[in-house]
Design a protein around this ligand. Structure first.
Ligand code: PEP
Ligand code: MN
Length: 343
């Protein structure tokens, strides 16, 4: 990591980049408000031999010891990444309230859910067209038809869409509607897929694998970042533990720890962790108060008839009250729910 002086000129930055690349290392420029940091990825010895500390504009050269380089908080010099998704900011003091059905089931269902979450003040809407199901015999999502219905919901409500991509062959179709591509927990270590979404340059919501450590999650994010895509949100969605009283164990400690280790926004999914509606609100409030940069929750107009994850989906008519209480909890951590009108 080459930290430039606060007054370093563009020409000085360019000349350092050229020198670093001349020895076969790759560079990533991170332009902070105060200083520019150049990440050099390659053979440490080759880069060290350049003795960059003597170069004009260079303040200091610091090795990043963590295995994840671009995801580490060190590279951003303490600054946090703030994403802009269709005019809505996520990260810093902007809290993302992401809500919508587990899966797109029908036109009526997705439109009703989308209207309810828009009216309740959601930041983004969610909805799966391609579903990672444990059983190959279970409903796998509406696929392209689901994407078409999501496009309609987006058109009507103006809410940007988060939807899952499971197979790079569906990338083109998904990119037509998605404002954020979700990489599900089961694909967290699908490195080919991560590199593809990295190259696509679209915002990514990367979910933590069911049994993945935080370091593994950060290494997975590194696959996206290394392709030049800086728009990554990390998502804690519950992990496997010995406890069986609920679906997964929501690892709330991951929130402050990820924020210590990385500059990337941290989103929490209480729905999949809980597996039961009654637990979704307390976990959401806890996540918001603990400093999460957003939550992603499942909302359905009629959860009892949902094709999947019915027991954990919040009824659409309860969303507005829920959103108000989450807003108060987020305020405890100094955050404001990001909506289109927010500045
Ligand atoms: C989902 O969000 O629809 C989902 C399947 O979540 P996860 O990948 O976390 O299980
Ligand atoms: Mn679900």
């Amino acid at each position: 990591m080459i930290v430039m002086n606060s007054g370093a000129t563009e020409a000085e930055v360019r000349s350092v980049v050229e020198r670093v690349e001349s020895v076969g290392a790759r560079t990533h420029i991170s332009q902070g408000e105060e200083v520019t940091v150049i990440g050099a990825i390659g053979d440490l010895e080759h880069v060290a031999r350049l003795e960059l500390e003597g170069f004009p504009g260079v303040d200091r050269v610091v090795p990043i010891l963590k295995p994840y380089k671009l995801a580490s908080s060190q590279i951003r010099h303490g600054e946090r990444t703030v994403l802009d998704i269709g005019g809505r900011k996520v990260g810093g003091n902007h809290f993302a309230l992401i809500a919508g059905p587990c899966t797109v089931e029908s036109r009526d269902q997705v439109l009703a859910a989308a209207r309810a979450v828009r009216d309740g003040g959601a930041t983004l809407m969610r909805g799966g067209a391609y579903k990672p199901r444990t059983s190959p015999y279970a409903f796998q999502g509406l696929g392209q038809e689901g994407l078409r219905l999501l496009a309609e919901a987006k058109e009507e409500t103006g809410l940007p869409v988060v939807t899952e991509l499971m197979d790079a062959r569906d990338m083109e179709a998904v990119l037509e509607v998605a404002d954020v591509v979700q990489i599900g927990a089961r694909n967290m270590q699908n490195y080919a897929l991560l590199s593809e979404v990295g190259r696509a340059g679209i915002p990514v919501l990367l979910k933590r694998g069911l049994s993945a450590t935080l370091e593994e999650l950060l290494m997975a994010s590194e696959y996206v970042l290394k392709e030049g895509n800086q728009q990554v949100m990390l998502c804690e969605r519950g992990i496997r533990t010995f406890e069986t009283a609920y679906r997964f164990t929501l690892d709330l400690t991951a929130i402050p720890v990820l924020k210590e280790l990385s500059h990337l926004p941290v989103i929490v999914d209480p729905s999949h962790a809980a597996g039961r509606r009654a637990l979704v609100e307390p976990l959401s409030l806890a996540a918001a108060a603990a400093g999460a940069d957003g939550i992603i929750v499942e909302v359905h107009p009629n959860p009892d008839e949902a094709i999947c994850d019915g027991p954990q989906q919040l009824p659409a008519d309860e969303f507005a009250g829920f959103a108000d209480r989450v807003e108060q909890a987020a305020a405890v951590a100094g955050k404001i729910i990001s909506r289109v009108a927010a500045v």
